[in-house]
Design a protein around this ligand. Structure first.
Ligand code: ZN
Length: 328
């Protein structure tokens, strides 16, 4: 019981490519393929289920490269994916108490009754968003986005229609096509040191701008990437007639933040057995971390074949556990 019931690890990650996590073809204005948005703030996000799904697959791939002869059932593809068996009854989640994939990410209902998994993932929210200005790119954020970070939870809202920076500006600054006055932000140091603890690179911390929540949503939505592409007929490899379509994406160098909550395996049983694969919450998180290099190589969301979706986690095992919060 020394670790309590759970530990939460906050993970910041940078979009290495534009990222498109689609709504499944919903149309909005001029865009054919829109991305998922928070229903309240309207700011795009990556659903926790997408984060969990991608990491499950990548952890299974990673463990498969390390698999010993003692285990006959493959981690990949069997324990990846949604766990459906093949028509001949083979495949599907193994559901064994010794399987790091099935204990950490859960497994589908079967003979062993199903299990929700020891790790759970919040939605990945936009923390810092790049916008072009006449002074080069700046990364905007807002009180609502910063409140995701525990040490900044008390931040109050800021003035509307104003850009807040380290120092007041003598001239207004543009965010895209919006021209706004620049005021000093009290508490700037607190924000930059919290971002440093999340391993946000210095060139981004040096170019921060804080705007109101309302303006943040507006500027993010006005500065998403919108690309035009051509649908390819898989049978012929040629462009389909009239198949031009547009899609939106979070731009490269957007910083996203999500929580991974890891439960203490000692409080759970798989069927009648203790969890053998992982012994504490930290070990649960170490299994999740095995998927991070694959997230940067193979990406998340749709249109990976068009060079979209690669995501670099800014924190890893070598950087320590300073992001952990203990539960009761
Ligand atoms: Zn398994």
């Amino acid at each position: 019981m020394k670790n309590g019931s759970f530990e939460t690890f906050q993970v910041a990650a940078m979009a290495v490519d534009p990222i498109h996590v689609g709504t499944g073809g919903a149309r909005l204005g001029r865009v054919d393929n829109t991305i998922v948005r928070d229903p309240v703030t309207k700011v795009p996000k990556i659903p926790g289920s997408s984060v969990a799904g991608a990491l499950r697959t990548y952890v299974a791939m990673h463990l498969e490269t390390l698999r010993s002869d003692a285990r006959t059932k493959p981690y990949y593809p069997d324990c990846a994916g949604q766990g459906q068996q093949r028509r001949d009854g083979s495949g599907g989640h193994c559901g064994e108490s010794s399987c790091k994939v099935c204990t950490v990410f859960g497994f589908a209902r079967g003979e062993r009754g199903g299990f929700a998994g020891l790790a759970s993932f919040s939605d990945a929210h936009v923390l810092l968003f790049p916008v072009a200005t006449r002074e080069g790119p700046v990364w905007i954020t807002a009180p609502g986005a910063l409140r995701q970070i525990e040490s900044l939870a008390g931040h109050e809202d800021v003035e509307e229609n104003t850009i807040h920076r380290k120092e007041a500006g003598t001239r207004p600054l543009n965010l895209g096509w919006l021209l706004l006055p620049v005021r000093k932000f009290n508490g700037f140091e607190e924000v930059t040191s919290a971002l440093e603890a999340l391993h946000v690179p210095q060139y981004i911390r040096d170019r921060l701008a804080i705007v109101s929540d309302k303006l943040f949503s507006h500027v993010v939505n006005s500065n998403l990437e919108v690309r035009t592409s051509v649908a390819i007929d898989p049978a012929t490899g040629a462009a389909e007639d009239g198949a031009l379509f547009t899609y939106e994406a979070l731009p490269r160098s957007t910083i996203l933040l999500w929580d991974t909550t890891c439960r203490n395996p000692a409080h759970f049983r798989i069927g009648r057995a203790d969890v053998e694969a992982v012994k504490d919450a930290k070990k649960v998180y170490e299994v999740v971390e095995g998927g991070f290099p694959y997230l940067e190589a193979l990406g998340i969301g749709g249109m990976g074949s068009r060079g979209l979706g690669r995501l670099r986690v800014l924190k890893n095992a070598a950087q320590g556990q300073d992001g952990a919060r203990e539960g009761m």
